[in-house]
Design a protein around this ligand. Structure first.
Ligand code: PLP
Length: 438
């Protein structure tokens, strides 16, 4: 492997000269990735890393998965055209598969190129269907970077404008461990959130179109409400004729271990009306989309098109990736290896003041960090841990309010040995950060 640190520094200077100041970078000295294999990636200096963030939950199965590479190159060799004006076999096939998996009756699928665009489309459909621009969203949520999706995003550090085209009301329930209901048990917590929702609806004039929620908040720091919260919400929503949009951009495809979709932990009163997906399904290729009942999907009467959504190359990648996921039961792997990893990290955290909480589902694991000896969330601690982990050959993500939580979401094929290795490296990085802050 050639070592080119000088080139990497040069690229950083070029990046600063042409890209916006608000693009997030994790590291002091930016990382330039050149290739990957399995659960590992390499940088331009030849260093190898265990990827505990799966790209950004985009590498769902494994880096450089041979079936995906083959499907992409074969499709690229046949035809690279795109646009929904023409049909392609991979697009129709992937739509059929996703419709069948979604759990939504009489489902229709529309493909987009990102999670943002998927949620934007879901908002367009819901507001058109219900003829209302009022939306319910969860506190601390994240739904994308377009004008409409930043407008409903509850996590203030990712919501750069207050000039939203939608009227949004923020509901309690996405985060449990802090806030007014922190001390409540599951049932009491759900009852308190439902009462809060009912109160809010009393005060709204006219109809609300939809509630949009991530079953496990992603950017918010991998926080999961108790199972059944959204089922209880659903009962209230149904009474008020409000649609439920489940944003499965991070939680879909079995990553949460126990369920294929995040909404299935809240399934008692039926599936959501709309479901959005993106990130992992293309294994790095840009595949996103919306699934909705035909009645809702067909609400739009004006013409619409996506030039790049559903392009045959990305659809071929999605199909190959989905087949691999199902054939190798990666959901089961996420449950088993994720369960083990959570246990291992809880044992590590028990001996450290810097970790307030280890939480998560399957291979979506969050660690909230605090300034040692306090209950104060510490974004500084998270940054120190990220840097220390990088030095040891481990990549992780961060998030939560102000960025004080670590996020772990490796490719779903993570092995037990890799989970143990990563937990060991993370333990060292946590100890290093704690020593700096003590
Ligand atoms: N929804 C959720 C839950 C997300 O986590 C994200 C991205 O992190 C998005 C939507 C936006 O997706 P994208 O970055 O593909 O536009």
């Amino acid at each position: 492997m050639t070592h080119v640190p000088h080139e990497a520094a040069h690229l950083h200077a070029r990046h600063q000269a042409v890209l916006p100041s608000w693009l997030s970078l994790y590291y002091e000295r930016p990382l330039e990735l050149t290739h990957g294999e399995g659960r590992h990636v390499w940088d331009a200096e030849g260093n190898r890393y265990l990827d505990f963030f799966g790209g950004i939950l985009t590498t769902m199965t494994a880096h450089a998965l041979p079936e995906v590479t083959k499907a992409v190159s074969e499709q690229a060799g046949r035809i690279l055209h795109t646009s929904t004006l023409y049909l392609s076999r991979p697009m129709v096939e992937l739509a059929e598969r996703i419709a069948a998996l979604s759990g939504i009756p009489d489902a229709r699928v529309f493909f987009t190129t990102s999670g943002t665009e998927a949620n934007d489309t879901a908002l367009l459909l819901a507001t058109t269907h219900r003829r209302s621009n009022q939306i319910l969203a969860m506190r601390n949520s994240y739904h994308g970077r377009s004008f409409s999706t930043v407008g409903i995003t509850g996590n203030q550090s990712w919501s750069p404008t207050s000039l939203s085209p939608l009227q949004t009301l923020y509901v309690h329930g996405g985060v449990r461990s802090r806030g007014p209901y922190a001390e409540l048990g599951d049932r009491e917590f759900i009852a308190a959130c439902v009462a809060d929702l009912e109160d809010m609806l009393q005060q709204t004039a006219g109809g609300v179109a939809a509630l949009i929620a991530e079953p496990v908040q992603g950017v918010g720091g991998f926080t999961a409400p108790p199972d059944g919260l959204y089922a209880a919400f659903r009962e209230v929503l149904a009474r008020h004729d409000i649609l439920w949009i489940s944003d499965e951009v991070q939680t879909g495809w079995g990553r949460t271990g126990d369920h294929f979709w995040g909404w299935q932990a809240h399934a008692e009163n039926g599936p959501p009306d709309l479901l959005t997906f993106a990130k992992g399904i293309g294994n790095g290729m840009s595949v996103g989309g919306v699934v909705a009942r035909a009645e809702v999907m067909n609400s739009l009467t004006a013409n619409s098109i996506s030039t790049f959504g559903g392009s045959p190359v990305t659809m071929a990648a999605g199909l190959a990736n989905l087949n691999h996921l199902l054939e190798h039961d990666l959901q089961g792997n996420a449950r088993r290896v994720g369960g083990l990893l959570i246990e291992r990290l809880r044992a590590v955290a028990a001996g450290l003041d810097i970790v307030r909480e280890v939480r998560g589902r399957g291979l979506m694991i969050g660690l909230e960090l605090v300034r040692p000896g306090t209950d104060e969330p510490s974004p500084e601690a998270a940054s120190l841990v990220l840097e220390a982990a990088r030095e040891r050959g481990l990549l992780i993500g961060k998030g939560g309010q102000g960025g004080a939580s670590l996020r772990i979401a490796p490719p779903m094929s993570l092995t037990v040995a890799e989970a143990e290795e990563g937990a060991g490296l993370l333990a060292e990085a946590l100890r290093t950060a704690q020593a700096v802050l003590a």
